[in-house]
Structures are given as structure tokens and as C-alpha cells.
Design a protein around this ligand. Structure first.
Ligand code: ADP
Ligand code: MG
Length: 321
């Protein structure tokens, strides 16, 4: 199992600096997610690990060994992209075996490994088909199989599920996680979807405009966001951020209470809309000109058009300077 360290890594082109002095370590065997909005530098970081992108400044280390100048093909990483281009004229079996056949692995060995990987991904019945005879989910599974067949040192995923519908995406998330646990290979997974990051990761790193915002477990990041950006990027709906006497008060929608306790901060709210989403309600309001959302199993006394007081309990408040 391999650790991956970014030590003060920067990336610059002529006019843009997609990454500024990024430092963090991915632990051996970890499933680590890089998450952030489009353009925040996620793919650049991932491609640096693969050796497809050079490091302008700082060091990239595998198990403490500097990799900056090691060629991509010598890094032993398996990568799955959003556009998992399978070879259309090759069968599923040939697509799976491709990384081994280009490395001149013996035919019998390739057959054994293709069989193993196909069983693991439950695609044994598809081995003779061509990619165009597969569904989106089946194709993505073949792409996964092709990445793992070499048993690489590191798995890299760049938004591999973005092209799948919501239901299949949820299913494949769980499958990728189960597969990774079984193989124990250090994995780095890029997504712009915070739900995907929260549900899949052992730990995650949040990026914004090339700057590392926070690294931690989903729980740590959800409960204790380091910056207003992290607060507003995590959770659905995200943390409410209210200007409050020179500081910013952060409160998660589910932590707003209708009851006053002596340690609560009162918020005068005019109720704008109430949404029922099945297992809970979202109550939208405006407080001092700032939108605010309360999330609760029941509406309580809130009525659209009325003005009321909501309470932010001190122990749930996150203050930002
Ligand atoms: P993400 O994967 O988070 O969407 P990227 O890592 O692909 O973001 O890109 C980060 C930033 O770097 C973007 O602003 C992008 O336009 C810029 N960028 C990426 N590649 C190049 C390049 N070859 N030349 C100039 N700018 C680039
Ligand atoms: Mg990207």
C-alpha cells in the first residue's frame, strides 16, 4: 500500500495558476476524495499523480520517494476517466486484457486475470460482447476492470460516474467502495459532487480556485468546516451563513430550533416558502436580508408570509471571523 504526499505543490501556466502551494498526505490504503467546483484544480492534482501533468513547484512523493521526474508509465497507477473510452472493435474480454497484452503478459495469464476481474465485477456473461452492446453502467464496469487488472499501486478516478443516471450512480458508488476495500489499494477519487465525496471517502480534501480549503473525514468537515467556502459547499442544503455583528454565524439547517434556550441566538425570520420533500420539510426564510433555511421533520408553527423567531443553539454555531 502506497502513501501519496503533496509537499507545497504548485502548478502554473503562462497566465493561470491552477494550484497554489498545496500540501497534504493520502495514507496507505485510503479512499481519498478530491472535491471542489469545476475549475478548482482537482483534475490537475490527479493528473500530477498519474504523471500526465508536470509539477511546477514543490514535491510529489510516493511512500516518501520523490516522483516529480518519474515517467507516467513507470508509476504503476490505474486510472478511470469520465469518458471511459473502450476500444469499440475489441470485445469486453479483449478490452479488459488490453493493459496486460501491451505489456506482453503471457496469453494464459491474461485469460486467468480477465476471468478473475470479470467475476469480481459481475460481467462474466458479457465477455464476448462489443462495447456498443453494453449499457452505460456495464461499460463503466469494464473500464473499472481495465484499470484494476494490472493490480496497480494506486487507483485514480476522475469523475467516473458523471455520465450515469442518478440511481446507477448511487449503486456504482457503493460498488467502487466495496471493490476498493477488498483490494486495499490507495485510491484517489475526483468529483464535484459533495454528496459523492461525503458518502464515499475515508477522508476528503476540498479545493477552491486552486487553494486547499480543508482535509478531513466527512464528519469532521461537516461538523467543523474550516472556512465559509467549505460551510457553503457541504450539506444539502448547505450551512446558513448569517452576518452577525462583524462576524459570520454559521448554522446547519437541521440545527435551527423553534425553541429558545438560554444559550440560543434568536433570528427574526420572515417565512418565504415551505417545501415538503418526503421525509422532511425545508422552510425558506429571510433574516435581516439574508436567505436562511431550516430543515425539520415537521413544519411546526411556521406559516408562509408570517414573521417568526428561530433559534441558533450556541453549541451548533460555527463562527467565522
Ligand atoms: P477541475 O478538474 O477541478 O475542474 P482542472 O484541474 O481541470 O479543474 O483545471 C484547473 C484550472 O487550470 C482551470 O482554470 C483550467 O482552465 C486551468 N488549466 C488546466 N489545464 C490548462 C492548460 N493546459 N493551460 C492553461 N490552463 C489550464
Ligand atoms: Mg476535472
Amino acid at each position: 500500500m502506497t502513501s501519496i504526499t503533496f509537499d507545497n505543490v504548485s502548478k502554473s501556466y503562462d497566465k493561470v495558476t491552477p494550484l497554489r502551494s498545496v500540501s497534504f498526505t493520502i495514507e496507505p490504503g485510503e479512499f481519498f476524495v478530491l472535491v471542489g467546483p469545476s475549475g478548482s484544480g482537482k483534475s490537475t492534482l490527479l493528473r500530477m499523480i498519474a504523471g500526465l501533468e508536470s509539477v511546477t513547484d514543490g514535491s510529489l512523493l510516493f511512500d516518501g520517494e520523490r516522483m516529480n521526474d518519474v515517467e507516467a508509465r513507470k508509476r504503476d497507477v490505474g486510472m478511470v476517466f469520465q469518458n471511459y473510452a473502450l476500444y469499440p472493435h475489441l470485445s469486453v474480454a479483449q478490452n479488459l486484457g488490453f493493459p496486460l497484452s501491451v505489456r506482453k503478459v503471457a496469453k494464459a495469464e491474461i485469460e486467468t486475470r480477465v476471468g478473475e476481474v470479470a467475476r469480481m465485477l459481475d460481467i462474466t456473461s458479457l465477455l464476448e460482447r462489443k462495447p456498443k452492446q453494453l449499457s452505460g453502467g456495464q461499460r463503466q464496469r469494464v473500464a473499472l476492470g481495465r484499470a484494476i487488472i494490472r493490480k496497480p499501486r494506486v487507483f485514480l478516478f476522475d469523475e467516473p460516474l458523471s455520465n450515469l443516471d442518478a440511481q446507477l450512480r448511487t449503486h456504482m458508488r457503493a460498488e467502487i467502495r466495496a471493490l476498493q476495500r477488498r483490494l486495499g489499494v490507495t485510491s484517489v477519487y475526483v468529483t464535484h459532487d459533495q454528496v459523492e465525496a461525503m458518502t464515499m471517502s475515508d477522508r476528503m480534501a476540498i479545493l477552491n480556485e486552486g487553494t486547499l480549503q480543508q482535509v478531513g473525514t466527512p464528519r469532521e468537515i461537516y461538523d467543523n468546516p474550516a472556512t465559509p467556502f467549505v460551510a457553503s459547499f457541504t450539506g444539502s442544503p448547505s450551512m446558513n451563513l448569517m452576518p452577525y455583528s462583524g462576524k459570520t454565524l454559521g448554522i446547519r439547517p437541521e440545527n435551527i430550533s423553534l425553541e429558545n434556550t438560554d444559550t440560543s441566538i434568536p433570528l427574526e425570520v420572515s417565512i418565504q416558502a415551505i417545501e415538503f420533500i418526503g421525509h422532511e420539510w425545508l422552510i425558506h426564510g429571510i433574516s435581516n436580508g439574508t436567505p436562511i433555511i431550516r430543515r425539520a421533520p415537521s413544519v411546526g408553527t411556521d406559516v408562509v408570509g408570517s414573521t417568526t423567531t428561530w433559534y441558533a443553539p450556541q453549541h451548533h454555531i460555527r463562527w467565522f471571523a
